[in-house]
Write a protein that binds this ligand. Sequence first.
Ligand SMILES: *Cc1c(COP(=O)(O)O)cnc(C)c1O
Length: 455
Amino acid sequence: MSNVPYKIYLSEDELPKAWFDIRPFMKELPAPMLNPKTGKPCTREELSEIFCSDLVDQELNTTEAYIAIPEEIRAFYRMFRPSPVVRAYCLEEMLGTPAHIYYKFEGSNTSGSHKLNSAAAQVYYAKKQGIKHLATETGAGQWGTALAMATAFFGLDLQVYMVKGSAEQKPHRKAVIETYGASVIPSPSDTTEVGRRILEEHPGTSGSLGCAISEAVEYVMTHENSRYVLGSVLNHVLLHQSVIGLEAKAALDKYGISPDIIIGCAGGGSNLGGLIAPFMADKIAGKTNPEVIAVEPASCPSLTRGKYAYDFGDTGKMTPLMKMYTLGSGFIPASNHAGGLRYHGMNSILSKLYHDGYMTARSYEQTKVFEAAVQFARCEGTLPAPESSHAIRAAIDEALKCKETGEQKTILFGLTGTGYFDMPAYTQFNNGTMSDYIPTDAELEHGFASLPKID
Ligand SMILES: *Cc1c(COP(=O)(O)O)cnc(C)c1O
């Protein structure tokens, strides 16, 4: 194992030919999505009014482990995949740890994140169905950028509702999205009914992902030949992100490496779900037993302090109900929170795996996260996204534990992206003005009060 290179590359031929769905391997399936009007599981037909039909099939699939990746999508993937697994030799040395640390790097494309893996797939299926217009939300901007890249490639129109606070903080993100031909509206806006309602109830709000989702869904319900696309949370997004885990496993297998600890940051859960998919199948089957750790911000702690309940995916309560760990669709993270991962809920497959004890979760305050980000940047070179830095924080902490115990554990974490557009947050950290905020139980109760009365 001593001859493991700095970067383990796969060849283009080794780019996965099929995505991998973990559901067929689960002992118990996650609870189905419910239609809030009927209280019954959503049908294929109901979901197809908002989402592309091939994506609905993937969303509802519980039996097929492998879903072939169409050649057109593989052609797009080849522009930025396979992505390397990197052995963090410099970080190991800096920490003085006996642990072996590996990370799967998803930031080497213009969107700067893993989101392009699902954007490519979703836009392809929309085009195949003859859809002309897509609408979506974006928070930090990576999803909007990834989707704009994919709509430019496949030739579709895109309307992006961008969380207002982010649009103001990151004007360059907006410019990148517009460069790829998409239109950006800061949310909440007066262009939708739900936007106007939210503005009336919360004047001066800097917006949230939940609000922006409501606006995008309304756009789709009021425009012909259009569909809504989402960059995380849904099962089909996790499916597309399984290329991360499949490639990581193939790369590590070349050197006979099996991780003892697998770590991912968790916003809506797509990168974590994708990274762990093939490893989790082995774990459920009892072949291996890696510890799987989800890492989230202390200011938006859906797994560590949320409730496992049916909830809406958006603030305007327009989406189907999903059973998940949630802070309530009315939850809006504190305005000083700069580290991303702001979504109130968590994908239902991951929520179920967590509920059933197959993975653990922990949360960190943002100054701790940026401390890890800066350490990582200085020794490994890559400037990490704040989101990714949650996973770095946990990897460093696990490596330091090994230093104490002398254990030589193998740690794999997901480095989901780069942080070039997050320099205002880095600046705050560097000049000591970044602060932490942990919501009180009473504040969380406020969010829980927005949960629908179902179960
Ligand atoms: C969107 C994003 C995340 C969080 O989303 P998940 O769906 O939880 O993966 C993490 N890192 C980066 C760089 C992102 O852009």
